[in-house]
Design a protein around this ligand. Structure first.
Ligand code: MLT
Length: 200
């Protein structure tokens, strides 16, 4: 998978997952805001939708190709494991940062793989897979940046995602913003405050 790895000075690795139409460069600045000392592994989505990179196919806006989502999630999981060997980082200390489509595949890593992530910052995620058999997520910390008026994801869906993760044993914090589906600086600052308490 096309990616960037940056070696940091501590044992946490930030896994960066961009939104639709983005690249592995998009969230590098955001990662520096969250933790300038962490390793960074930033991946480009392998699927193209009218030339726009994504992490999995969709049949319409907000309607996922579930088979492709599951396949691509497992592919990303395997890639991250291999990258941890290649670059020598600790695969048990990965915190994902995803926005929109990237948050959805990060969420699905949690839905499918025990121990894939120790933490996740999910900016405007949806419920990735309602048919998943959730693994035990005890010890996993998740922060969700949700929108009161997000056209992609109604508040009830953010609450449903929170509940599914909590039921699986994760510790979840949801923060609400009023800027639609956008990722704004106040949201990044709120995510950083949460991250600093747990991983800073
Ligand atoms: C998705 O397909 O993951 C969601 O619709 C969010 C998006 O990428 O726009």
């Amino acid at each position: 998978m096309q990616h960037i790895f940056e070696q940091g000075t501590k044992d946490i690795t930030l896994l960066l997952l961009h939104g639709t139409g983005g690249t592995e460069r998009d969230l590098l600045g955001l990662a520096k805001e969250i933790d300038a000392d962490a390793n960074v592994l930033s991946v480009r989505g392998q699927v193209l939708e009218n030339g726009m990179p994504r992490f999995f196919r969709r049949v319409a806006e907000g309607v996922f190709d579930m088979e492709d989502l599951r396949f691509r999630t497992d592919e990303l999981y395997d890639f991250v494991k291999l990258a941890s060997v290649q670059y020598g980082f600790d695969a048990s200390k990965i915190v994902a940062i995803g926005y929109s489509n990237g948050a959805n595949i990060a969420g699905n890593l949690l839905f499918r793989h025990h121990n894939s992530l120790v933490g996740a910052i999910l900016h405007h995620p949806m419920v990735p897979d309602r048919e998943a058999t959730m693994p035990n997520l005890h010890g996993v910390n998740v922060w969700i940046g949700a929108g009161t008026n997000d056209f992609m994801c109604p508040p009830q869906e953010s609450e449903e995602l929170e509940q599914l993760l909590v039921n699986a044993g994760a510790l979840v914090e949801v923060a609400w913003f009023d800027y639609g589906h956008q990722l704004t600086m106040p949201e990044v600052q709120a995510a950083k405050a949460w991250y600093d308490q747990l991983f800073g």
